[in-house]
Design a protein around this ligand. Structure first.
Ligand code: ZN
Ligand code: ZN
Length: 321
């Protein structure tokens, strides 16, 4: 059977407690192939992108063919693609604000990085260690010198020791110890100051990074909220609500909802089409993939399938991008 070669779109739906599926058909595959020819004639750029076609029957019984491109809208092409599902206007202001905030955070992060570079902690530590070892070597050398001078002035076995010279040597040793202590203390203070500055800068850096992540995540949530997916049964949901109706718990990537399949299903749901079949193929001229069937992408579309393919109707929002 040739139908075994056809891709089946399917997904589990928690609302119905069962799986829903829609398969490709000879008609949908043909419609996708015909779309490739039309895109070639319209000189679409080389891509790659996924394109799709959906075939169904309207309420009046007439056949309907819908076509879609994934990604950005292409009003420049003379083909009536089904519309995208994201209400761009709803998030434009939030997006601009988030991008402004992210750019300010990036500037602040750049300044922190520059300060850390300027602080140059590693070099400072190396210089300090080198200074300490020079100090110890010099002090050992002077101790040895004093030892030699002391034995000269002590005159063992002949004459009285030169008390004045010995006292001077003792003073010298005392001063030397004091100087060593002072210099060691100064280095310790300098090191502590360096570590305080470094840890302040690192704390600032982490806080900025965390705020940046929060701003991005909040924007992502808002963007996902601005999608109006529609199931085959005509129910409308945000990406979040659609995912919760399929029990998918992980995060979905940017671009979820922008593929051909969700757009085609939304239009089929809006029109109330029956006997639906669906094909997605690669548009990638000059590439092995060109014209090859794709099926639902694993990380964006598959998690939504249980919602998209659900035939159950329900209260429908009129708000569609
Ligand atoms: Zn997809
Ligand atoms: Zn269902």
């Amino acid at each position: 059977m040739i139908s075994e070669l056809y891709i089946v779109y399917s997904g589990r739906c928690l609302d119905c407690g069962s799986s829903h599926e829609v398969a490709e058909s000879a008609e949908s595959r043909l419609a996708a192939t015909a779309l490739i020819a039309r895109l070639s004639a319209a000189n679409l750029d080389a891509g790659p992108k996924v394109i799709g076609a959906l075939v169904g029957t309207a309420r009046g019984g007439e056949p309907v063919i819908l076509v879609a491109l994934s990604g950005a809208a292409r009003p420049d092409l003379p083909i009536a693609f089904v519309p995208g599902l994201r209400a761009h206007a709803a998030t434009a202001a939030a997006e601009a604000e988030a991008l402004r905030r992210i750019s300010a955070l990036d500037t602040a992060l750049g300044a922190v990085r520059a300060s850390l570079l300027q602080l140059d902690g590693d070099n400072l530590r190396h210089a300090m260690a080198a200074r300490a070892s020079t100090r110890l070597a010099e002090s050992a050398r002077r101790r040895a010198d004093r030892h030699q001078e002391r034995s000269m002035h002590s005159r063992p076995g002949g004459g009285p020791p030169n008390e004045d010279a010995l006292r001077l040597l003792d003073d010298d040793a005392r001063l030397e110890r004091q100087r060593l202590r002072d210099e060691t203390r100064r280095d310790k203070e300098e090191l502590e100051q360096l570590e305080r500055s470094e840890s302040q800068l690192n704390a600032t850096r982490l806080a900025l990074l965390s705020e940046r992540r929060q701003v991005s995540a909040a924007l992502m949530t808002q963007i996902f909220e601005a999608y109006r997916l529609r199931s085959l049964g005509g129910r409308v949901a945000s990406i979040k609500d659609a995912l919760s109706s399929t029990g998918y718990e992980r995060a979905v990537p940017t671009g979820t909802g922008d593929c051909a399949a969700p757009r085609l299903v939304a239009e089929a749901g809006r029109l109330g089409l029956a006997r639906v079949s669906l094909s997605e193929v690669w548009w990638a001229p000059g590439d092995d993939r060109h014209g090859r069937p794709v099926g639902p992408c694993a990380d964006r579309c598959q998690p939504l399938m249980g919602f998209l393919l659900c035939p159950a109707g329900g209260p429908s929002e009129s708000h569609v991008a």
